[in-house]
Structure formats: C-alpha cells, structure tokens
Design a binder for this molecule. Sequence first.
Ligand code: ZN
Ligand code: ZN
Length: 373
Amino acid sequence: MATKRDYYEVLGVDRNASQDDIKTAYRKLAKECHPDLNPNDKTAEERFKELNEANAVLSDPEKREKYDRFGKDGLNTGGFDMDGFGGFGGFGGFGSIFDELFGGAGAGGSRRASRPMAGNSLRFSLKVSFEEAAFGAKKSFDFTREENCATCTGTGAEPGTKSETCHVCNGTGQVRSSGGFMVTVRTCTNCGGTGQVIKHRCKDCSGTGRVQKKRTATVNIPAGIDNGQVVVMQGQGESGFRGGPPGDLQIVVNVMPHKLFKRNGADLLLNMPISFTQAALGANIDVPLLKGSIKYNIPEGTQSGAKFRIKGEGIQRLNSKTKGDLILTVTVETPKRLSEKQKELLREFEKSLSGKEYQQSESFLDKVKSIFS
Ligand SMILES: [Zn+2]
Ligand SMILES: [Zn+2]
C-alpha cells in the first residue's frame, strides 16, 4: 500500500522544508485531489492517499528523522504502522476537507468528529386517568428539548461567519502521537474533538449550536394501555447532530387509581357490598361499569366474597377489539342499627332454622366435635 515515491517529492518540498512548509504544501495538494472534489477519479484518490502517507511521516519530527536516515525501511522497523494507510475507502460526502485525512489509520475513531449522530431520546412520565387508559385519549403536555439552533442552523458560528478547521488536529478531532512502538490517539483538547473551532460564536446558542426549546406534544394514548407501558413518539426527541436523525419521545404511562375499580390486565375488578337478604334470597342488582351500569342476577344463597365473572364487560385489550371481563366480588354486609321490630323478626327467623341452612357452620361444628370428642 505504501507509495513508491519519495515523500518530499510527493509533497513537492525540498528536504530542508520547515514543518510549516510541509503543512502548507500538504493542505494545498490535499484540497486539489480530495476525493470529494474528484468523484470517481482513481488517480486523485491514489494521490490523496499518497499525500496523507507522506504528510503523516514528514509532519512528525520523529518519523521524519527516521525516514531521512533510513528511508521507508526505517519507518517499518521503527514500529510505524504502515498498514494503517490501507484503510482508506468509502469516501462519502464529508463536510470538512480534512475530515478523512487520517481515516482508517489506527484507532479508527477519527471519523467521529464529523459523523452524523442521532439525537437523544427523551423519556417522560405522563399521568392518565383510569378511564383514559381504558378508553384511549389524546393528551397534550409541555416539555423541553434540545434542538439545533435556528439562528446558526446548528453550526454554532455567528450567521455569515464560518467555523474553522482546528489547526491542532487538522479537523480530525484527534491528536496522534507516537513514542517508540506505540501510537496513541487522544481527543483534541483545542476543539473538544469536533475538528472545528468557532471564531465568532452565535449569540443565541453561545457557539454550542444547540438550544433548549419548550415544546408541546400531543400523544395518542391507545385504549387498553396499562400502568408503566410506554408510548413512543418517533422523531419527537432531541435534534440529531450533523444531520443525524432526531431521537424519540418515550411516554411512560402512569395510570391513576380509580375510586371503585381496579384492573388486572384487561379484566376490570369490582368489589360490591350486597345486603344479607339479597345474598340469601338472590337479587337483580345494578352493577356499575366505567360507563353506565348493567343488571346482574345474584343467585340465592350467595356467600360473602363470592366472585362472578361477567364476560366482555372489562377493558379493551391493547391493539385489539376484544375486551376483558368484569370480575365482581360481593361482600355481604351485616345490618347495623336495626329497629326493635326488625330484631324481633330476626329472632323469629333464627328460631325457625332447622340447622341445615348453614352448611359451613354445620361442618365447622362437626370439626370442633371431632377435636374434643
Ligand atoms: Zn446558534
Ligand atoms: Zn482539534
């Protein structure tokens, strides 16, 4: 992969050229044959690679000295990773002419400075009523998200000015240094790894290119959603970076409790008191629903705590037309504050009992007898 030509010849400088001369020559030539400006031109691409290789050596005093003394062999035996230059390829549309200068060489992270990146997704908890969760609802809420600054279109530079390529890292966002056999790559501190330095900062975003914006979103809460489930609003999160896609809004649904009902998935749970005469004689009772009510026949002899499953009167299943059931649990209430006449009637009633009417207490008594006999 390494070029056959002499590095000084490639850059068109003489052997005594200063570091500045080398840098100037390199920039000038790199611009001329940058693959972005010469699409599908193999010769330009080859020259560009050749230039980068030459520059990487000659711009580094230590490598340059080795090269001067031993030629390219000196570099190979000196631990300089020539393979690193084999990694060019896939030139895409890059903003900065220098973005890709060291692309593929070594640590492989040098494209980071200019690569589009997705925006952050934001997560919010949203309170919805029990009924809203059951029937679905449209809910609006305010939130703050980070967006690209409209004034500078996210560049961070005052309108009419441009950010400049960082001179420390030549726009790569990374600084490479070699000591012996090691090549270390670290994030450029001058530009914070962006590869660009802003001379005139945009006043609206202080040069960050990003601003906090208050927004209102309207979310569709689907019927049947349950507590803790998440509704995703795609693309409504924070703006992407350098043309990357925006993040999402994730709405975590927080369903408020209901005064009467609880739910278990799509089943609606209701505890309802009935009188002991209703329990004993059976009754046609009004059972409330989330909307309206239904009539239901409680059979005679109903015990306290008995459960009845009323088909299809529960909550709509998420993303389905079917509904769960209503699970009705009845509690038999013992009357309080009885009048003297009512008490008399009950005493009469008690006297009339033959004992067979209370099956549970009968079997209870049998058990007690078996313990003490
Ligand atoms: Zn701005
Ligand atoms: Zn830099």
